[in-house]
Every structure is written in structure tokens, then in C-alpha cells.
Design a protein. Structure first.
Length: 507
């Protein structure tokens, strides 16, 4: 059994936040485990042999509250000291990335290397400390310095590569996108959209299109597609097939144990949508998150069959269209709770190896709520995770990125329990200014990767049904937030769009 002693103010901690905590193996695949906290010690009863680490939400001085991982360790009777192992985990990953990125060869990186060295010295002192409480305090200092240094390293690396990509003309003409909510389109909303983005994504939700079997409601989607078709703005459709609860019609559960019937019904749904909108939509997210959201508990083989069927049908009906397989929760923590799911990179690799006919991967990064896949990670973790997808040999689109502009709870349309944004913070509690700064840093990191082609924000304006409350770039009354204005500047600098004209039409 793995165990980690936690110290606070010189003594064993009385409480700890285990929301979102999970155990992760040496191959970065989450493991099933029973995690508990008692008398200042976190215990992890894992169900697989071999070294493993603990991932949990942690307050890091100067960096925010982010989900971090310890180094992978062997089971032993004596507890490890959590703060020390968190620091070791971050420093180990920094060492890997310093070599991978070749940062030590760049001029100007010496100061950052010195900061990493100081964090390493503090870790050595922690390992040599004769009292656990002292070791934990030194571990916290080392961790704080290491996390800040690693974020600065990722931003430095991004700035170098992004400058090269811009200079070589490696960015496309249509880089920035945004998804819209299917309320009635407004003239002001369309102006804001056209001013800041190169394409728009309309949500294709089976549950809304066919609320009861063979009874269809196309009006909201028709209205947006018709409105966007009149603008010089390409349209994306997302997503044709998803097995999350918010997408599946209630009546489909009648067939939850009949895979063949659900496959046939999914085939007809995809065929109807592509036939109806194929002349307007150039890019399709053919499947979204079926590796993580598997409400019918289909097998691995069945999920791959559905993926292959949907991609092939879309290619057949829209041969000139671009097809995207969308991955959610890129760290795969959901796999620790549900073994009927598939780790994201395994699903992606199988899609490539099994010959599924598609053009690119999509990837979501949404942060804020205390929900698996949405706990806050820092820019170093985001950059490192993006690097993992380079090995798949397919272009990557960031199909849904979002961070909140407020920490207050938001209530759903149905009047249910308010959803609090207690899944972590980045540097400071979320505000409009923090959201704007986060957006800029994220775009720089993402577009510094030569295989990342587009970045799409998940939600133009605040509304009560969004997964990340306060996650829009506009307020509910369509007034621009700081992040929207920041995006206008970023887009102008990277793509040479006339910011003055965009700002005037968005004022």
C-alpha cells in the first residue's frame, strides 16, 4: 500500500483536499485505487502491482491551486512525505523536458536554469532533513520554485518556437474559432463572433435534435447555420456522435443492451445531419469523447467500431470535408474510476493503427469545475501533454478550450444545484483579467507546436448551460470581457488581421 504523510505548519495536517485525487502508474495511465486520509496520512490501496504516484489538487505558493503528481514510488511500510514527492515529481519532469526541448542550448535560458537549480538544492535539503515536518516545509519551497520555473520554461520555449513559426509562415489563414450556443442568433452576437474569429462551431446535440424518437427539432440549428452562412465565416459541426449523458436522447436508453440497434440508430442520425448541413459545414467532429463518456458501457472493440463507422460515413457523404476525432480529459483521470473507458492516448493510437479514415485529432482543455478532466493544470503540464500527441502523426486542433472569469457558482437551466468553480486556480483566483492572461499564455503554448493547426474557444458568451460557468469571452449581455479584447490583439499580432476594424465592429 502506498501512503503519504502530509504536514502543515510543522505538524501532521488535519485535513486535505482529495477532490479529483487518483493514482497513476509508471506509464502515466491512471490506476484504480481506494484513496483515504486519516491522521495526517493519505493511503492508496491500488489494484495493480508496480510503482505508482498520487495525483491531487495542491496549493502551490505563487502558482495557484493545481492538480499535481508525485514521482512514481514503490510500496513500503513507512509513509513518504507528500510535499517532497510532489517536488521530486515536478523536477523529474523538468529534467526530461529540458532535454526534450533542448532549452539549455538557448541564450537567455540561464536564469531559468538557475531557478531550477535552486529548487533542486531545496529538494536535496528536504531529503537530508532529520525531521519530517522540516522536510515537508523544504519540499513545499522546492515545489513552489519548481512549478514557477517550469511554467516560465514552457513560456520561454513557446515564445521561441512561435516566433519561428510566424516568421516562416507556418500559421494558417484560419486559426481561431469559437463555439456558439443555440439560442436565437442576435445581430450583436454575430458581430462579436465575426470580429474576433476565423470560424464558428455549431453544437450538434442528438438529444436536442431528436428529443423523442422520429420527432425532430431542427429550428435552433437551422437558424445558426443560416445566419453563419451569410457571413464570411466557415462553419464546423461538433459533434456527430457522443455518448455523454448531455448528448444522448432519453429514449435511446431503451436499447442500451442492444449494440447493433444503437449502432444502426447512430448511423441514421449521422446520415441525417451530414445530408442536411453538408453544403454549409466544411469540418466535422465525427466523434467526441467516446473514450471517456461511455454511458452504455460498450466494449473497446464496439467503441472502435462506432468510431470507424462514423468517420467512414462522414467521409462518404462529405468527401471534401475535414474529419476530426475529438479527445476530452487528456490526462485520462476518468480511467481510474471507470475501467469501461479507454485512456485518451491509447484510444488515439488505436484509431491510427486500425486504419480509421479521419484527418486530424481534436483535443479539449476545459478548466475550473471540480470534475474529472477539468481540474486546473499549469502551462508546463499543458505543453508536455500536447507533445505526447505529436507522436501520432496527425494534425491537432484544440477544439474546445475554456477557463472561467469568476469563481462564483452558477445555476443550471433546470434550477438544479449550483456548480461551483472549486477545481483549482491559475496563479490567482479566477477573474476577467486572469482569464485574459491565461488565454494569451495558452494560445502561445498551443500554437508554438507545429502540429497544432487551430484553437477554438468553447463558448462565445456566458449562459447557464455551459460546462464551465463564466467561461464565455462575452458576458451574458454580450459585453466583451478582457479575454475577448485580448484575443483581438493576439489575432492581430499573429495573423495580421486589422485589429482596428475588428475592434470597431465589436465595440
Amino acid at each position: 500500500m502506498l501512503s503519504f504523510a502530509v504536514y502543515a505548519n510543522g505538524q501532521l495536517a488535519e485535513k486535505i483536499n482529495l477532490s479529483g485525487a487518483y493514482v497513476v502508474g509508471s506509464d502515466d495511465v491512471p490506476l484504480r485505487a481506494d484513496i483515504a486520509f486519516k491522521n495526517g496520512v493519505v493511503t492508496c490501496k491500488k489494484r495493480a502491482a508496480g510503482p505508482a504516484g498520487l495525483a491531487l489538487l495542491w496549493d502551490v505558493a505563487g502558482a495557484g491551486t493545481i492538480l499535481l503528481e508525485t514521482i512514481r514510488v514503490q510500496e513500503r511500510d513507512q509513509p513518504y512525505i507528500l510535499q517532497v514527492e510532489l517536488a521530486r515529481g515536478r523536477l523529474m519532469r523538468i529534467n526530461h523536458k529540458l532535454e526534450d526541448w533542448g532549452l539549455l542550448d538557448y541564450e537567455g535560458a540561464e536564469e531559468l536554469a538557475d531557478k531550477v537549480g535552486k529548487a533542486r538544492d531545496l529538494l536535496i535539503q528536504a531529503l537530508q532533513a532529520d525531521k519530517p515536518a522540516r522536510a515537508a516545509a523544504l519540499g513545499d519551497e522546492s515545489l513552489s520554485l519548481a512549478v514557477q520555473a517550469s511554467e516560465e520554461l514552457s513560456q520561454y520555449h513557446a515564445s521561441v518556437l512561435l516566433a519561428r513559426r510566424k516568421q516562416s509562415g507556418g500559421l494558417g489563414r484560419r486559426v481561431f474559432g469559437c463555439s456558439v450556443h443555440l439560442d436565437k442568433p442576435s445581430e450583436l452576437g454575430r458581430k462579436r463572433l465575426v470580429a474576433a474569429f476565423d470560424f464558428a462551431t455549431v453544437p450538434i446535440v442528438w438529444r436536442d435534435i431528436e428529443p423523442t424518437e422520429q420527432n425532430f427539432n431542427w429550428k435552433p440549428l437551422d437558424a445558426w447555420v443560416e445566419a453563419l452562412a451569410k457571413q464570411p465565416l466557415p462553419i464546423r459541426g461538433a459533434s456527430l456522435l457522443s455518448f455523454s449523458e448531455k448528448n444522448i436522447p432519453d429514449w435511446l436508453y431503451i436499447w442500451e443492451h442492444d449494440f447493433d440497434t444503437i449502432r444502426d440508430l447512430a448511423f441514421e442520425h449521422v446520415r441525417r445531419v451530414v445530408n442536411r448541413y453538408g453544403q454549409y459545414i466544411q469540418t466535422w467532429t465525427v466523434v467526441s469523447g467516446i473514450h471517456a463518456n461511455n454511458c452504455f458501457t460498450f466494449s473497446f472493440e464496439q467503441l472502435m467500431e462506432l468510431t470507424r463507422m462514423t468517420a467512414a460515413l462522414t467521409k462518404q457523404l462529405s468527401p471534401r470535408g475535414t474529419t476530426i476525432l475529438e479527445l476530452v480529459a487528456p490526462w485520462g483521470e476518468y480511467y481510474a474510476r471507470n475501467q469501461r473507458t479507454i485512456p485518451p492516448l491509447l484510444y488515439a493510437d488505436m484509431a491510427v493503427q486500425s486504419g480509421v479514415n479521419f484527418d486530424a485529432f481534436g483535443l479539449q482543455f476545459q478548466f475550473g469545475p471540480a470534475i474529472d478532466g477539468m481540474y486546473v493544470r499549469d502551462m508546463f503540464q499543458i505543453s508536455s501533454t500536447l507533445d505526447g500527441f505529436a507522436k501520432l502523426g496527425k494534425p491537432l486542433h484544440i477544439t474546445g478550450v475554456q477557463a472561467p472569469s469568476d469563481t462564483t457558482a452558477a445555476r443550471s437551466d433546470s434550477g438544479g444545484e449550483a456548480l461551483a468553480l472549486d477545481g483549482g486556480t491559475w496563479h490567482e483566483p479566477w477573474t476577467e483579467d486572469v482569464q485574459a492572461e491565461w488565454l494569451q499564455r495558452f494560445i502561445e503554448v498551443a500554437l508554438s507546436k507545429p502540429f497544432v493547426e487551430t484553437v477554438s474557444w468553447q463558448g462565445l458568451a456566458d449562459h447557464s448551460r455551459q460546462e464551465v460557468p463564466h467561461g464565455g469571452l462575452l458576458r451574458a449581455d454580450l459585453a466583451p470581457k478582457a479575454a475577448y479584447k485580448q484575443l483581438l490583439t493576439i489575432r492581430s499580432e499573429l495573423l495580421g488581421t486589422p485589429q482596428k476594424a475588428a475592434g470597431e465592429s465589436a465595440s
